[in-house]
Design a protein around this ligand. Structure first.
Ligand SMILES: Nc1ncnc2c1ncn2[C@@H]1O[C@H](COP(=O)(O)OP(=O)(O)OP(=O)(O)O)[C@@H](O)[C@H]1O
Length: 412
């Protein structure tokens, strides 16, 4: 910054007592002119200083904004591989790039090799993350032998047949596909309204084939750190290959595989990366042996069609709300262990629960039991079911749930 020139000297006035009046007047006029000059120079300088202050203020504002942006920019997740005298060797999740990087002395004391860390664009370690086991445990549910059996599923006969054919057969009789010379379906996508038995179907097939059931919720895959979702997908498939035969079940797959939106936020980019990882795991699937992949969604209309291509989720099975006969069966299944009074008319209840899901019917039976308990009884009567039905309807109205044919066919 250039230095400002020195301020002009203050004009001085010297009046000689010998001066005539005319000379005095001339000297005063000259002095006045000098003062006006100095004043003009000072005002000009003040104007410059004010302008400089405004510019500096703008510069400060701009720097503050940049600082804020830097603070909120997404960080990348990496594993600290080795602590050396020159810094820390980290391996970035997502691209597996190894980098020797810096870390502040305070953070360095906290890091042990193997820890997960978050790094910025220049790979400087910003923070140490919680242990990976927690993130994995939170996101994945592993069940060595789920207890659900096919006969606990009401209705869904055609869907059960299709799932068995697409998932069970390739696990149990892979040679029959080889003999015929066809590839079994890569992935099975169950789509339909919430609570219709999609998860049950996947669990039942895992039970029947003695496969480990590994469930991951799509919403858990959408992590806040860059590279984390993709890493969880890799972990999911790695875990499955350690536990084969295994059924990988990705619930709410729409969370990671929605149609591309126009917004370009870093969150969207991260979801895209996670989906790409999922697609690449599925594309390299032939070598995987005894792992079958299933997914579920209640937003089929939102799915990115890329995940439905051959070799990916290429078997689509719709799981709708139960029809009357299925509702009757679901009522039977969920009242098996209850003491039911003679006056209970299941035909009537099946008729009155049109538009309800299997999960709704399960709640209905539990609620009816609660009404009986409140009344000091152990036997459940028709009135209890009627009260439970009223309560469910009221709850639905409160939560704004729309039932029975009032939604467009693609949205559940
Ligand atoms: N067809 C059915 N037969 C028997 N019970 C059912 C049926 N459908 C749902 N249920 C009951 O509802 C519960 C929830 O079902 P499930 O989790 O399989 O639904 P979902 O379709 O996977 O739901 P979401 O889309 O919300 O994940 C089940 O544990 C079961 O008790």
């Amino acid at each position: 910054m250039s230095r400002s020139p020195p301020l002009p000297d203050q004009p001085t006035l010297e009046l000689d007592p010998e001066m005539t009046d005319r000379e005095r007047l001339a000297a005063l006029r000259e002095h006045f002119a000098e003062i006006v000059d100095v004043n003009a120079t000072l005002e000009e300088r003040l104007g410059d200083a004010r302008e400089r202050r405004t510019n500096l203020r703008e510069e400060v504002d701009q720097l503050e904004r940049e600082n804020e942006t830097l603070k909120t920019t997404s960080l990348y997740v990496a594993t600290a591989e080795e602590l050396t005298e020159d810094g820390i060797v980290i391996k970035q999740h997502g691209n597996n790039q190894e980098v020797l990087t810096e870390v502040s002395p305070q953070l360095r004391d906290e890091i042990e090799s193997g820890d997960r860390v978050a790094v910025n664009d220049s790979f400087t370690v910003q923070t140490v993350l919680e242990t990976e086991k927690d993130a994995r445990a939170q996101a994945m549910e592993v069940d060595e032998s789920p207890e659900v059996t096919y006969d606990e599923i009401g209705g869904l006969h055609e869907q059960t047949r299709e799932v068995r054919e697409a998932v069970e057969e390739p696990l149990e009789n892979p040679e029959q596909f080889e003999t015929v010379g066809i590839e079994p379906p890569s992935g099975v996508l169950l789509h339909g309204p919430p609570g219709t038995g999609k998860t049950m179907l996947a669990k039942a097939v895992a039970n029947h084939t003695d496969a480990t059931f590994i469930k991951m919720a799509g919403s858990e895959l959408v992590q806040k750190f860059i590279g984390e979702g993709a890493k969880l997908v890799r972990d999911l498939f790695e875990l499955a290959s350690q536990r084969e035969p295994a059924i990988v079940f990705i619930d709410e797959i729409d969370a990671v595989a929605s149609k591309r939106t126009d917004s370009k936020t870093s969150g969207d980019a991260e979801v895209q990366r996670t989906m790409m990882q999922l697609l690449s795991e599925m594309d390299g699937f032939e070598e995987r042996g005894e792992i079958r992949i299933m997914a579920a969604t209640n937003r089929f209309d939102m799915l990115d069609r890329a995940i439905l291509r051959p070799g990916r989720f290429d078997r689509l099975i719709e799981v709708p709300n139960p029809d009357e006969e299925a509702r009757r069966k679901i009522l039977d299944i969920h009242t098996r262990d209850m003491k039911i009074a003679d006056d209970v008319d299941f035909e009537d209840l099946a008729d009155r629960t049109e538009g309800k899901s299997g999960a709704d019917i399960e709640s209905l039976t539990t609620e009816a039991g609660m009404f009986a308990i409140r009344d000091g009884r152990t036997e459940v009567r028709q009135d209890d079911f009627a009260d439970a039905l009223d309560k469910l309807e009221a709850d639905d109205d409160e939560s704004g749930i729309v039932t029975k044919g009032s939604l467009p066919s693609y949205a559940y």
